[in-house]
Design a protein around this ligand. Structure first.
Ligand SMILES: Nc1ncnc2c1ncn2[C@@H]1O[C@H](COP(=O)(O)OP(=O)(O)OP(=O)(O)O)[C@@H](O)[C@H]1O
Ligand SMILES: [Mg+2]
Length: 251
């Protein structure tokens, strides 16, 4: 199993945001993580990517316990995430933002500068080439590579943030509401990107409120509500379940 989340819990003060959550993310599939606002989806992402510590439970990646690793170490192992609120660096260019992703790999760059300077120069070029490839992958035209990221539309910024994520080379991609704010055209672009990633054998855990998209893209989905996993099933069966529909949309 690529990722195993076992009995993971997290409280903020008196609020238990995630309660004994257990689920698995199989390799080369899209697993959905769905549920109403405040269900604990982003909190789970934060614990898997390492930006917050779980209070209890275990997270394993390729059969190795990663619960105590830093976010950087997890990226090094092949786990990368996108943020619900995008988080590009607005004063850097589009290309530079994606280069940041390429460089987000375990300390390579600094070490190279001191020990293998010529290699470092070459890899700087290589980084730019790779960043440009990732932008191409998400459908961003070369004409915007040197524009400031802050000047792009929200939908374009989301696609750039996905390019930055791909640039890490990670195998497990955690996508937190990647399509919110995308127009129809960008949504098509996103579908194509996701299908290609899966065809290439990458694995995705997708937080998404658009249930039609979840049904179209996900093999299985984990339904979370007030921090608890209520069901794990195909998106079609989850959507047919009246109790879950009431939990999601209100009775
Ligand atoms: N750092 C924090 N401090 C205090 N409470 C938090 C913190 N982060 C999340 N919460 C609370 O934990 C609960 C779960 O939040 P979380 O952001 O994980 O939900 P979500 O499922 O991602 O929701 P949405 O669909 O709206 O993004 C919410 O009640 C939220 O207010
Ligand atoms: Mg969230």
């Amino acid at each position: 199993m690529l990722l195993e989340v076992e009995n993971v819990s997290k409280s903020f003060g008196g609020l238990q945001a995630v309660k004994n959550a257990t689920f698995e993310v199989p390799e080369a599939q899209v697993t959905g993580l769905v549920g109403p606002n405040g269900a604990g989806k982003t909190t789970l992402f934060n614990m898997i990517s390492g930006t917050i510590r779980a209070d209890a439970g275990a997270i394993r990646y390729r059969d190795m316990e990663i619960t105590g690793l830093t976010p950087q170490a997890r990226i090094g192992r092949g786990i990368a995430r996108s943020f619900q609120d995008v988080r590009l660096l607005p004063r850097l260019t589009v290309l530079e933002n994606v280069v940041v992703g390429v460089q987000g790999q375990p300390g390579e760059r600094l070490r190279n500068v001191f020990t293998r300077p010529r290699h470092a120069v070459r890899s700087e070029k290589e980084n730019l080439r790779r960043a440009a490839e990732c932008l191409d992958y998400v459908g961003m035209p070369v004409s915007v590579h040197h524009e400031l990221a802050g000047g792009l539309s929200y939908g374009e910024q989301k696609l750039v943030s996905i390019a930055r994520l791909l640039a890490t080379g990670a195998d497990l991609l955690l996508l937190d509401e990647p399509t919110s704010g995308l127009d129809e055209g960008s949504l098509d672009e996103f579908r194509t990107v996701l299908r290609r990633l899966i065809a290439e054998g990458r694995t995705v855990l997708l937080v998404e409120h658009n249930m039609l998209l979840v049904r179209e893209l996900c093999d299985r989905a984990v339904f979370l509500s007030t921090g608890e996993v209520l069901a794990i099933d195909t998106p079609g069966r989850l959507m047919e379940n009246e109790e879950l529909r009431n939990v999601y949309f209100g009775a």
